[in-house]
Design a protein around this ligand. Sequence first.
Ligand SMILES: [Zn+2]
Length: 162
Amino acid sequence: MRLRIWTTLFLATIAQVAWGQTSTNPKLVNAEVTSPEPSVNSYTVLGATSEQEALVRAQIRIMQPDVYPLRVLFVPHWKYVDTTRTFRLHVPAGYTSAMFTHLPSRSVFIDSDRYVSDDSLGYWVAHELGHLAANSASENAADKAAREYRKHLKAARKPDVH
Ligand SMILES: [Zn+2]
């Protein structure tokens, strides 16, 4: 019961944040744009350790996605499972099951108990950014868009050849 109430509050908060973003005065947005890459750091990372946040931000910067998330949420496994149920998501077994994207709110949820390495984090975040870029729940469409992002990640990992 407490679990259910918590989830409702959680989702209500997301809805409020999403509403706040969509109702932003466009004039204000323009006034705030001083950087040539306005969307790069304008998303929120929640629930992450400082290392996780730095890592996921660095990876997203490298991938240069066409569409940025509005928020990236690191959640413990039980919360993650409960959230997928709340969204009635079908998460294919063994497939991107450590993260998913809620397209209407452009939120990427990451199961912080399940991602295993920095490389796998980038690999699967690329897939989630692919969903955003394609604005589609299709796994094929997401993987197609993710291919380009994974190339960027791979290039960034290569040692300098000067
Ligand atoms: Zn997917």
